[in-house]
Design a protein around this ligand. Structure first.
Ligand SMILES: [Zn+2]
Ligand SMILES: [Zn+2]
Length: 129
């Protein structure tokens, strides 16, 4: 009999904990965008930044600079080779143009890019304003 008296408050406590964690989870799922540099939720002032074929969510100018310096650090999944138009680029073959780093699948793609970066990037500038 003594045992039951202890068990009931513990059960009640666990129920309260469940309610709290439940509501916290629903708050997180409401914020849809996360800055890929800071990992924090973005409010209305967030920036949808165009990098080659994709748009990434960033919270501020500082994060854009950080992203441009080393996009591979923040992009999840494969890197895009702008010469082949394929997601087979590697982190070790890269070139920097206008302070933005780009990646390529091999050295010849990198050379093609370096010979005329503007022309290559123009194909992607439709996304920009
Ligand atoms: Zn930021
Ligand atoms: Zn390539």
């Amino acid at each position: 009999m003594k045992k039951l008296i202890y068990v009931i408050p513990v059960l009640m406590f666990l129920t309260i904990l469940n309610i709290h964690s439940g509501s916290a989870a629903s708050i997180n799922s409401d914020s849809s965008k996360v800055c890929i540099v800071t990992g924090e939720a973005i409010d209305d002032n967030g920036i949808s930044y165009a990098y080659l074929n994709q748009n990434v969510d960033l919270c501020c100018e500082v994060c854009i600079k950080a992203f441009n310096k080393e996009p591979a650090k923040y992009i999840k999944g494969n890197l895009w080779c702008p010469i082949c138009n394929d997601d087979d680029a590697v982190k070790d073959i890269s070139a920097v143009h206008n302070k933005v780093k780009y990646y390529f699948c091999n050295e010849s793609c990198k050379e093609t890019f370096n010979s005329n970066p503007e022309e290559v990037l123009n194909k992607y500038s439709k996304n920009e304003k």
